[in-house]
Design a protein around this ligand. Structure first.
Ligand code: BG6
Length: 494
């Protein structure tokens, strides 16, 4: 069913996110009938652009990045008619008044019942000022619903996040604010609930009696590319851990929600965040958390520069491009089960995987005494491969009772005919139909910051723990040692 008609305001319409993700997502939704004819998109940025130029930008982005081709001219023309552009100085309320006038015309033209979706693909320091001008320019008085969609980062720490939230909540209600974490839009992250709660294979085992540890890896081969200016202030802790990593962890660890409804699910996720064992001091942080930075190295035949040599990066930067940690969820279900998480740039492969390692069967006399039995593994492949596989033991053919690990695999991304929607398609569609499950609520964001702030505080005391790793390697070895202390190792990914 199509989302209700609305005017979509794309702030940052000439930027990278709009080009790579947002225009293609809108086109896919349109093509699949998830946007009916009663919608309009207003591209907004400072740069002057005609409607025609803007439509050409949109077209080019779809040709390059969309999973559907724009080769049906009639469809493309119909789609493009909904797009218009306005140059806007976001600090000047007069422009917003003009925008409001145009919006009323668009309502008329496309038969839109005054619904407004503001998508801010902007730097977070602009979220507050834009919200105030939306209000003062009269854009919130159209009679329909209004929703604000914002990108991360939501603040720099708990304090700045609170301040930002304070500003937004002068204009929008919590239920009108859609904070994007694009990992929540990924099919396989959404699939975790189905895997956990719809399978008798897994549900009864999903606790500390049967699970030995959980491993979450989000590896990237890219460096900081042209984002050095942003990244050097952010680092992996704020860029990935505070949001994507903790989100995946909470969905793995949460209790079954009473219903698959937004608030029920988000309540359970917050409880997990509240159960995270806090690091009490710098020593605890250093014993459980690893930060690394890539130095010169190579990937295949390509030689790679070190982080400090990247554009717009301080040559003496101590910003981490790798984050690894052992964390505990101190509740009844998970007491005693370590969660190992790691994410980094310039690692050997691009992959996001979650490994659930099960405890072994009790030692017994059935198989060769003294020989380790491989643990059962459930592996959830999130990205870019999508699928699930399990590893278990079977008899090696031709032997009496030797064991060998074997795998059973469901590869979602290999299935012909499954063309998985992009995360942004799902998220824009959800925001347009008022489905907020896959967005982060304020209490989730604030709990996540509280946890992350402790780590950031400890890192300020000293940077002696910053470990360098060659670009193209798996990150600092100290992280492996943390697992080894507990008698575990990372299971190979990919
Ligand atoms: C973004 C980070 O949120 O996620 C980037 O800012 C990172 O630094 C990206 O590269 C990874 O997303 P994906 O979907 O490619 O795994």
């Amino acid at each position: 069913q199509a989302a209700e008609g609305a005017v979509f305001y794309l702030f940052g319409a000439t930027g990278d996110l709009a080009k790579r993700k947002l225009f293609p997502a809108l086109f896919s939704l349109y093509k699949e009938g998830k946007l009916a004819e009663n919608f309009a998109v207003v591209g907004l940025a400072r740069r002057p652009r005609t409607d025609d130029q803007f439509r050409t930008d949109v077209y080019e982005s779809i040709v390059e990045f969309c999973r559907y081709k724009a080769d049906d001219a009639a469809l493309w023309n119909k789609f493009a008619e909904h797009f218009t552009y306005m140059s806007l100085d976001i600090n000047n309320v007069d422009g917003f008044r003009e925008l409001n006038k145009r919006s009323l015309e668009l309502d008329q033209k496309f038969n839109i019942p005054g619904n407004r979706l503001f998508y801010l693909a902007l730097a977070p320091e602009l979220f507050g000022p834009v919200s105030f001008n939306l209000r003062d320019g009269g854009l919130l008085e159209s009679g329909g619903w209004k929703r604000l969609v914002i990108e991360k980062p939501f603040g720099y720490d708990l304090e700045t996040a609170r301040k930002l939230n304070g500003q937004l909540s002068q204009v929008f209600k919590e239920e009108e604010i859609y904070r994007i974490d694009h990992y929540l839009g990924k099919e396989m992250v959404q699939n975790i609930e189905a895997i956990r709660f719809a399978n008798a294979f897994f549900e009864p085992l999903w606790n500390n009696k049967h699970i030995a540890n959980v491993q979450i890896s989000l590896a990237e081969t890219v460096g900081v590319e042209d984002r050095g200016g942003y990244y050097d202030k952010s680092g992996a802790l704020r860029d990935m851990m505070q949001n994507h990593m903790l989100q995946m962890l909470t969905i793995i660890a949460m209790e079954p929600p009473s219903r698959l409804q937004p608030e029920d699910i988000r309540d359970e996720k917050v409880k997990v965040l509240r159960s995270l064992r806090p690091f009490k001091n710098g020593e605890e942080v250093r014993a459980n958390v690893v930060r690394g930075q890539y130095s010169e190295g190579s990937l295949g035949t390509k030689s790679l520069t070190g982080y400090r040599q990247e554009d717009s990066v301080n040559p003496e930067s101590v910003t981490e491009t790798y984050f690894g940690a052992r964390v505990h969820v101190d509740n009844f279900r998970w007491a005693g089960v370590p969660f190992y998480i790691r994410t980094g740039k310039r690692l050997p492969v691009k992959t996001t995987e979650i490994v659930i390692e099960f405890k072994n069967v009790p030692e017994n006399v059935l198989f060769r005494a003294g020989e380790e039995v491989n643990p059962n593994l459930l592996v959830i492949r999130v990205n870019p491969m999508e699928g699930i596989y399990i590893k278990f033991n079977a008899k090696r053919p031709g032997t009496d009772n030797d064991l060998q690990p074997v795998a059973m695999e469901f590869c979602q991304s290999c299935q012909i005919g499954i063309n998985t929607p992009e995360a942004y398609e799902r998220l824009i569609f959800d925001a347009a139909r008022g489905e907020s499950t896959r967005f982060t609520r304020w209490d989730e964001v604030s709990q996540a910051w509280a946890f992350v702030d402790e780590i950031a505080k400890a890192w300020k005391e000293t940077d002696s723990d910053l470990a360098f790793y060659p670009a193209g390697s798996w990150g600092p070895e100290v992280m492996d040692q943390i697992l080894a202390q507990d008698g575990f190792n990372w299971w190979p990914v990919n």
